[in-house]
Design a protein around this ligand. Structure first.
Ligand code: SAH
Ligand code: SF4
Length: 382
């Protein structure tokens, strides 16, 4: 598997030192070589540092107890183990945690941790700040793209959640952060190289050890990169389908004009490793009076024929001035029953973290609004 790292932003520098957490083994090795580590010991040193960072989550070099003191001092002179700043952290009554992190000036990134009743939990990470696509039901779609996140910035979202949950070292039993889903802000397959590089780092079993089958990449349907992400990462695939005919899908998801359903479904059928044990998840947001009738359910069933699939029915999450409403619960259930009768699992995603607005694209805008209103208040008080 290739581990090339392509990014369009500089590695994060903390206090003018290069920040190591979030970097790949190859990058860490390069940086160690650059400060004159003995080439004969480079591989061993890299492994040591890598494990301290990703297995133990250390934030100080003097915690690297099998590294000699002078070496610890030298590392600390050049590198940092710090994390970026958390601007906002909210914990819902249902245990959902939402973070807003400032990766760099103007680069504010949201992630949401969703614990399950069972022993697992998923972190929803962002792959871009904003999005170039303008799906009509999505709040992120109203925010312009600022830039792609680097692999480091993606991995840091996972590490910072581990910090907050106190789940170091990796080997500790009862870890709750077991899964990662690329369902935060942005379109991961418009940032495929960095997403793939991040998955390589997450999956390293001497480090964070989040197995590839516990990582799901969700795409609105960037057809050319579907096979690519599958081949490079072995990750699970989710498709934001939301409509099963081109006319309607074009209306709500402009990307369908570029990559119509026939091409999208062909890419799904050919997804590397697809089997009954490794199904594709089709996400279907329930929009009142738009895509939620029995006719739409039958259309969906026809479209999925022959594909090992499950369907996630997502109650639409309204945002200020959003053009849609969520379907009634009974309508969602009726839709689910039809899909289920056709042999597909069709769970209705229960809304989580409603009290802290832990929905797609809401966090950043909410906090922006809050800061704007705070500013106005402060100005008034002047
Ligand atoms: N860009 C990728 C991943 C991020 S969006 C994609 O589109 O798949 C993650 C999921 O949330 C997608 O299925 C998206 O369609 C859905 N979503 C976006 N806005 C929503 C809203 N307001 N209510 C419910 N689901 C929404
Ligand atoms: Fe972008 Fe996904 Fe939102 Fe569409 S649904 S605007 S692709 S983040």
């Amino acid at each position: 598997m290739s581990t090339t790292l392509i990014s369009n932003a500089p590695e994060i520098k903390a206090d003018d030192k290069i920040r190591l957490p979030g970097l790949s083994r190859a990058q860490i090795s390069e940086h160690l070589a650059a400060i004159g580590i003995d080439p004969k010991k480079l591989k061993m040193r890299t492994s040591q540092v890598f494990q301290w960072i990703y297995n133990h989550g250390v934030t100080e070099f003097d915690q690297m107890s099998n590294v000699a003191k002078p070496m610890q001092v030298k590392l600390a002179e050049h590198f940092s183990l710090t994390r970026p700043e958390i601007i906002e952290r909210q914990v819902s009554v249902d245990g959902t945690r939402k973070y807003l992190v400032r990766m760099a000036p103007g680069i504010e990134v949201e992630s949401v941790f969703i614990p399950n009743v069972s022993k697992t939990g998923a972190l929803c990470v962002s792959s871009q700040v904003g999005c170039t696509l303008t799906c009509k039901f999505c709040h992120t779609g109203t925010q312009r793209l600022v830039r792609n996140l680097t692999a480091q910035e993606i991995v840091l979202q996972v590490m910072m959640t581990r910090d907050d949950l106190g789940e170091w070292p990796t080997t500790q039993e009862n870890r709750k952060l077991t899964n990662v889903v690329f369902m935060g802000m942005g379109e991961p397959l418009y940032n495929t190289d960095n997403v793939a590089a991040a998955i390589d780092i997450l999956a390293d079993d001497t480090g964070l050890a989040i197995g590839r089958r516990r990582v799901t990449v969700s795409t609105s349907g960037v057809v050319p990169d579907i096979a690519k992400i599958g081949e490079r990462t072995n990750a699970m695939l989710a498709i934001s389908l939301h409509a099963a005919n081109d006319e309607l899908r074009e209306q709500i998801m402009p990307i369908n004009r570029k990559y119509p359903l026939v091409d999208l479904m062909e890419a799904c059928r050919n997804y590397p490793g697809l089997s009954n044990a490794r199904r594709i998840t089709f996400e279907y947001v329930m929009l009142k009076g738009i895509n939620d009738s029995p006719k739409h359910a039958r259309e969906l069933i026809r479209l999925l024929e022959g594909i090992p699939a499950k369907v996630n029915l997502i109650p639409f999450n309204p945002w200020p001035d959003s053009p849609y409403e969520c379907s009634d619960w009974a309508t969602i259930e009726r839709f689910g029953v039809l899909v289920n009768k056709a042999g597909y699992a069709a769970p209705i995603r229960t809304p989580r973290g409603r009290d802290i607005l832990a929905a797609c694209g809401q966090l950043k805008s909410e906090s922006e609004k809050m800061r704007a209103s705070q500013k106005r208040k402060l100005e008034k008080e002047k």
